[in-house]
Ligand binder design. Structure first.
Ligand SMILES: [Zn+2]
Ligand SMILES: [Zn+2]
Ligand SMILES: [Zn+2]
Length: 781
């Protein structure tokens, strides 16, 4: 007996738009022999399917099994509805999008060029031969071109380009790879390249523009390239003069430049690449991957001075592939901005903002809806850890355990990102940058409006950092007033730990180890070496690093030697030992000592980042830093290849030695005394650096043992240090604890916005319902 006919409505939620989901459903329905239709909606993909019950069951099961490669299904909501009479529906059809209802669908990130498209652009017989804007449903721009939801061509920056007959035929054929590929284009109807001189005058067009740009790079020029999510500055990575020129013009003296290698094989001649790292390089996310460089390689030393690692990426758009095929040597590919500013994404703006930096501009006429930088990742403890989350990852959401009212979080001050929660999803924006200039603040405001605008829902709450002077805090205040909603101020390190808990769906109790450079504490001092005990509704600062003063305040970030002086002063008072390696002149030393004695412009800090700085300065690695974390990186790199179990003594100090808050402290003084003794005995810097790292691991074990909390979260910028992170994980596991660390969301301040959302959500739900105790099997790998 044939099974009974039924009609079902399916709502597929998740990352299901712009990945060929509807043609997949169309083909599957035809294959199984059911009628109905499929359409994009503001919540995902909507399907009505009618046919024998058994076939409908097969259909439903096969959706999960066969779904397109870049899609991800969060859930399928199924309801049985009255039959509409299948005789009127001769087959299955793809309908135009319905735009009604709350917007919850997931926007896909931009995807690197697929192999099929790559073949076409290098095939002289193909109509897309050498066409730099080739894409299909498996690859190409998404987030960087979407202006509104649902994801359909009129809602993208491609709306101005009218498809030619051939492109239109592909676009409308459900069996074609380009069926409803929204940015579909060809040389006849799509965007085109143009080469501009520094004044914006066109010097060449189309393929010639590409060839002239390649020649410019070859001859040592700096080329500004309008890429996928914004401008990149390109220069020959093997030419020291070209790289030096770029450094001078960009005002970036030492910070490493990322490099694009033409092929994975060439990348392997530059760096040591593990299997895991190779997978990441060739993935459709195609991030910059931090890799250990080989001893002798093509790159000039100016790429990453004093740094054993190189950030490497592979070409990820047809434009990059075509350019790299012309060059066949590695190039610098760094964000198109002046240091500290956000990435530039408009060609006319670029002429002004990159004026004096770029010699020529390789641009195109496909508008970029929002700036999306290249992402940066590092493989640590055997898995991918995102350090800068943008292209390829943003704005994929982190899913919480329970649906929550709409909330907005404005993040921190450095490496800012913003977040918006809609239902169970928390959408974390792409990396915005440091909110230290008007351009960054305007990008920040744009990103907030943008995320909110895509989902078109006003917030019930606004969350921000506790720091009263952060620009992000002030802007959050304005937003809260504008919406007439409460403002929740979240302590910085609490947000660090909650971000990691949200990522791993980890319930309390948790011991949070939050180590970073700077964060405003509940007592108004600068925190950064924190052990937080996380409970259901709040946190306690159970242990922290013994505080010390930073003479000159902010200036200490640029001069690690000032942190060293602050430590020595705390230890020895005015009669501190002679430390010529810090390089202070007698008058500088007098002024700084005076500031410390008088406690004027010498704020207290318990910052682990500053302890790293101090040690780096003491052992003579770095006295002045040109970017945040530079001295700490030196210290990490100094340990390379050194295996030692040696450790300076660790003491829990229960005393209040200065006007620090009462409570338990980890005392660094035996560590510093040990280092000074080692220095006096001529122990080399590498050995001291490794011993210092071991001492930090000991600190973590010491506090974890004292607190007896099984789940330990390692968060904050310090854990971008591979030796520290991997060592902590190993030691904690060996001692029977379960360590967790940030992977999908950066452990640095790029993760703060997510943590702020989780903290603000406590207004509505207990923590267990926000980060609800999902057991994470990957935690003990
Ligand atoms: Zn493709
Ligand atoms: Zn066309
Ligand atoms: Zn931080």
């Amino acid at each position: 007996m044939p099974s009974r006919h039924e009609r079902r409505r399916l709502l597929v939620e998740g990352a299901v738009q712009g990945v060929g989901f509807r043609p997949f459903i169309y083909r599957l329905a035809a294959e199984i022999g059911i009628q109905g239709w499929v359409s994009n909606s503001a919540q995902g993909v909507l399907i009505e399917a009618e046919g024998p019950r058994a076939r409908l069951d097969t259909f439903l099961a096969q959706i999960e099994v066969q779904k397109p490669p870049h899609s991800s299904i969060q859930r399928i909501v199924v309801e049985t509805i009255p039959s509409t009479g299948i005789s009127r529906e001769v087959a299955f059809e793809i309908r135009t999008s319905c735009t009604a209802g709350n917007r919850t669908t997931i926007i896909l990130p931009d995807l690197a060029t697929c192999l099929d498209c790559l073949r076409e652009i290098f095939d002289p017989t193909d109509r897309r031969y050498r066409y730099p804007f080739t894409n299909c449903t498996h690859c190409g721009p998404r987030y960087s071109i979407i202006e509104a939801l649902p994801y359909d061509r009129p809602n993208t920056t491609m709306h101005a380009f009218v498809m030619c007959v051939q492109c239109r035929t592909e676009y409308e054929n459900p069996l074609d790879r380009r069926f409803h590929a929204q940015p579909n284009a060809c040389p006849n109807c799509g965007p085109q390249l143009s080469l501009w001189d520094a004044t914006g005058r066109e010097a060449a067009a189309r393929n010639d523009a590409l060839l002239v740009a390649a020649e410019a790079i070859r001859s040592g020029a700096v080329v500004a390239l309008k890429g996928l999510g914004g401008f990149q500055l390109l220069a020959n990575a093997c030419d020291p003069d070209a790289v030096r020129r770029l450094r001078e013009r960009k005002q970036r003296p030492d910070k490493p430049f990322a490099v694009m290698a033409p092929t994975i094989d060439q990348a392997k001649t530059i760096c040591e690449i593990s299997e895991e790292e190779e997978k990441l390089l060739v993935s459709s996310e195609a991030p910059i991957v931090l890799l250990p460089r080989r001893g002798h390689n093509l790159l000039c030393a100016e790429i990453a001075p004093d740094n054993p690692n190189i950030g490497v990426m592979l070409p990820y758009t047809p434009l990059h592939h075509l350019l790299m095929a012309e060059l066949s040597f590695p190039i610098v590919a760094t964000s198109g901005n002046l240091s500290g500013e956000p990435i530039c994404s408009d060609e006319h703006e670029a002429l002004t903002r990159l004026n004096g930096i770029a010699d020529v501009f390789l641009v195109h006429n496909r508008p970029i809806a929002r700036p999306v930088d290249d992402s940066v990742a590092r493989v640590m403890a055997g898995s991918e850890c995102i350090l800068r989350r943008a292209r390829g990852y943003a704005p994929l959401p982190v899913e919480l355990s329970d649906a929550l009212p709409v909330m907005i979080a404005t993040g921190a001050h450095l490496k800012n990102t913003v977040a918006v929660s809609v239902g169970k999803q928390v959408f974390v924006s792409q990396h915005i940058g440091d909110l230290e200039n008007p351009e960054a603040v305007s990008t920040f405001q744009h990103a907030l409006k943008d995320l909110q605008g895509l989902y078109e829902q006003p917030p019930e709450l606004v969350a921000c950092d506790l720091h009263p002077d952060y620009r992000s805090t002030q802007l959050a205040q304005e937003l809260a007033e504008q919406f007439g909603k409460p403002l929740i101020r979240v302590q910085h390190h609490y947000a660090h730990v909650l971000a990691c808990m949200a990522e791993h769906q980890l319930a309390a109790p948790v011991l949070g180890v939050a180590w970073d450079g700077t964060g405003y504490g509940t007592d108004g001092t600068i925190w950064g070496g924190e052990f937080l005990s996380i409970g259901e509704a709040s946190f306690a600062r159970c242990v922290h690093l013994r505080p010390f003063r930073l003479p000159g305040g902010e200036q200490a970030i640029h001069e690690p030697r000032r942190a060293a002086l602050g430590l020595l002063f705390e230890l020895y008072g005015e009669n501190l030992p002679d430390v010529p390696q810090l390089g202070f002149s007698p008058s500088e030393l007098n002024i700084l000592k005076w500031a410390l004695v008088k406690k004027i412009n010498a704020p207290l800090t318990s910052s682990m980042g500053r302890l790293f700085d101090a040690v780096s300065a003491l052992i003579g690695l770095r006295q002045r830093a040109s970017f945040e974390g530079q001295a700490a990186m030196d210290l990490e790199f100094a340990c390379d290849g050194i295996n030692t179990d040696r450790c300076y003594p660790i003491e829990m100090a229960n005393v209040t030695t200065i006007e620090a808050p009462r409570g338990r402290m980890i005392d660094w003084s035996p560590v510093i005394e040990g280092i000074l003794a080692d220095l006096a005995n001529g122990v080399n810097a590498g050995e001291i650096a490794a011993t210092f790292h071991n001492s930090l691991l000991e600190m973590i074990i010491c506090v974890a043992t004292q607190q007896q909390i099984e789940q330990v979260v390692l968060s904050g910028g310090c854990f971008q240090n591979r030796r520290l992170l991997e060592g902590s994980i190993r030691r904690l596991q060996n001692a029977g604890f379960r360590p967790f660390w940030s992977q999908k969301i950066p452990s640095n301040d790029g993760g703060i916005a997510l943590g702020q959302i989780a903290a603000a959500a406590l207004t509505f739900r207990p923590l267990s319902m926000i980060c609800g105790g999902k057991d994470v099997p990957g935690s003990s790998r």
